[in-house]
Design a protein around this ligand. Structure first.
Ligand code: SF4
Length: 99
């Protein structure tokens, strides 16, 4: 499980600098920098709250396609702490570190 901090206030799943989803998906199969990653679980406020809960999860699972990141093992994030921030009109992973 990864400790997740999120500062994307425009996301419907965001609460208290955490995410209310039980797990998230980060995309970036060709990412070489953090700005080329994106949180595929991002949904603009007002979008339907898919998980139907607003309980922040300080720890969660991250499925990730950014295979060039040092924390990526078999499409799972192994970082202890991950920061998701506003990026490219959505959200992305600031913790991405090129191998
Ligand atoms: S730290 Fe790396 S492996 Fe973890 S979510 Fe971010 S890009 Fe994916």
């Amino acid at each position: 499980m990864t400790n997740l901090k999120c500062s994307v206030y425009s996301c419907t799943h965001h609460k208290d600098d955490h995410c209310c989803k039980p797990n998230i998906k980060v995309e970036g199969p060709n990412a070489m920098t953090h700005t080329e990653t994106s949180c595929a679980s991002y949904a603009p406020k007002g979008a339907e709250n898919a998980v139907g809960t607003s309980t922040p999860n300080p720890q969660l699972e991250i499925v990730c396609s950014a295979k060039e990141c040092v924390y990526n093992t078999a499409s799972r994030c192994r970082a202890n702490h991950v920061a998701i921030n506003t990026m490219n009109n959505g959200a992305g992973c600031s913790t991405f570190t090129k191998k």
